[in-house]
Design a protein around this ligand. Structure first.
Ligand code: SAH
Length: 277
């Protein structure tokens, strides 16, 4: 009993330190807290560990430290993407500067720098870095471009666009993914990203028109309402198709209102779905 009380008190002290520093200590302290819960004492004060996480308002499994090792892995990833054909330096700089492991569970700490898509929950994925770079390059993002992104997911692509100087409006249809980004502290560094919960097929008429529109889920067809929300001279990049693989397309709205359609490589995205969830 004395031991349990000791573990419990140590746990509480570490939680207080973690609240102060909001750092790596949190994960460390949580394991003590869990021990205290197992000891049966802690439940007197908190109904469940998730209540505690809620109180601390941070995700225990999200890494927050960007080490030299991470930076090294990121440099290699960036060079790999360059070798695959991405030439736009602003895109490569963004990939090289954004700690992709922050966007994934700590279990993916090292794997985050493999050029691969990974699960982010709710059956969705964070896109492969090469795909993110490919879409960003096709979109030709310039500083202060007003960009609408459909499919926020992990928010990695939104941050790439923000890092390139765009004013980003991003929509997610899955409530849980939308909510998760509210507690993601790193995103507070990017006041030029606005997050919306909604159906991307509808776009954001209140904020239209946009210089650029980027869809990061496989669209069954070119969404007509999004074309309406595109500026004359603007561009939309999206994967189109209903099968396992889709064609990347770029639609440009010309001065006379006509649409120019260009077709690029094949990719595999999760489907763009109607309605909110
Ligand atoms: N850009 C994301 C990729 C996420 S995968 C990233 O960098 O992580 C595609 C996302 O699109 C999923 O989160 C999915 O829920 C979302 N999505 C699918 N259909 C949508 C729709 N109609 N409106 C908004 N988001 C949608």
């Amino acid at each position: 009993m004395v031991l349990i009380r000791f573990v419990y008190i140590v746990g509480l002290v570490l939680v207080l330190i973690a609240i102060q520093s909001n750092s790596e200590n949190f994960r460390f302290s949580l394991s003590f807290v869990q021990q205290a819960i197992i000891g049966g004492e802690f439940v007197k004060y908190y109904k469940s560990p998730s209540t505690l996480v809620h109180l601390l308002n941070c995700d225990p499994m999200r890494p927050t430290e960007d080490s030299y090792r991470h930076k090294g892995l990121r440099k290699k990833l960036t060079e790999g993407i360059r070798e695959k054909g991405i030439t736009e330096e602003r895109v490569l700089n963004a990939i090289n500067n954004i700690p992709r492991h922050f966007f994934l569970d700590s279990a993916f700490d090292e794997a985050a720098y493999a050029d691969r898509a990974f699960p982010i929950g709710e059956g969705q994925t964070i896109s492969q870095p090469y795909t993110v770079a490919y879409q960003s390059q096709l979109l030709g993002v310039k500083s202060f471009d007003k960009v609408l992104e459909i499919g926020t997911g992990s928010a990695y692509q939104a941050v790439v666009l923000a890092q390139m100087g765009a004013q980003v409006y991003t929509i997610e249809r899955q409530k849980k993914l939308f909510e998760a980004n509210k507690n993601f502290d790193y995103l507070k560094k990017f006041p030029n990203i606005k997050f919306f919960y909604g159906d991307g097929f509808e776009g954001l008429p209140t904020y239209a028109p946009f210089d650029k529109i980027l869809i990061t889920a496989a669209a069954p067809e070119i969404p007509p309402k999004l074309i309406e929300q595109l500026k004359v001279g603007g561009m939309m990049v999206l994967p189109v198709g209903t099968g396992e693989v889709q064609r990347m397309m770029r639609i440009s709205k010309l001065k006379n209102g006509a649409l120019k359609e260009e077709v690029f490589d094949q990719f595999s995205f999760v489907p763009m779905l109607e309605g909110k969830k």
